[in-house]
Design a protein around this ligand. Sequence first.
Ligand code: IPE
Ligand code: IPE
Ligand code: MG
Ligand code: MG
Length: 325
Amino acid sequence: VLGLETLLDLPGLGDDLDRVEDALHQAVRSDDAFLTEVASHLLDAGGKRLRPALTVAVGRLAAGSASEAVVLGGASVELVHVGSLCHDDVIDEATTRRSVETVNARWGNLVAILTGDFLLARASELAATLGPEVSELLAATIGHLCEGQVRELRHAFDVGRTEDAYLAAIAGKTASLLSTSCRIGALTAGLGPVEVAALTEFGRQVGMAFQVVDDLLDLVGTSEALGKPAGHDLVEGVYTLPVIWALAEADTGAQLKELLGRPLSADEVERARAVVRSNGAITAAADLARRYADAAASALQPLAGGPVVQALAGLGHHLVDSLPL
Ligand code: IPE
Ligand code: IPE
Ligand code: MG
Ligand code: MG
């Protein structure tokens, strides 16, 4: 899997992100040593830090290095992300994340739920120091994540899931937080309303591309490269865009209907992945991700050019180009 350096190549970004790291480690400290340990587990395992990278990159549109408010904003969106991952791994019964054991696998579902809550609480506390607008925005975004996840759950094992249902789910569960990551960067850096709106829309479009790519990786990637189990969406009955499209084709649809709609063995998962890969559904989904990447770049047009805008404009296409197709 590609790193952040390839996705957002911007000199100085690493310095801002080091400050985000410090803020994150402070934020997860609890009076309870066990909770501190568990809350630090996924954080210490790494991850791309894409959301705070968006926040601090946007902050660089206003100043050479991020202000303290921008850094705290970046930490708050990563805390929401990691908290939602703790919960997501419970929902998905996942055992590996960021190449380490998930919190639920290591300490059980109860601990994972409480740790996720704790991380969301600490995110909210940080956001509150940034003023009512950021605070309300982050709270609304956590709500959108839940709405997206529930939309997805309601179609588990549903071979009739539509493209619209899929797009509505990923807009909520993923695009909303990427959009908010950019918007918080813009607000805390004090950018004007036109810039704030453009960057919010940019994040939303790039977020759509991001989740379509994540869903493609589940079908074409390997667990080793992903640091999380490949094929897991099919196991969980989450039928993503390429699967929805392959189901709609006469030939692949008939083969898939033999397999899907119920829990699968490891062997059946591989067969289903092979069927989805056997027609144009993968390429078509990658094409859609490219259109979101284009829309993301277009959303930046109201901004004056420069290295930050250039790096942001390339992000969506870097994501799609990283697919092992
Ligand atoms: C995983 O996000 C969850 C999705 C929205 C697909 P990332 O791929 O950004 O996960 P990390 O932060 O790098 O681990
Ligand atoms: C992202 O969806 C879930 C969240 C918004 C937390 P996925 O279920 O696809 O994420 P991964 O693949 O487990 O990282
Ligand atoms: Mg998941
Ligand atoms: Mg996924």
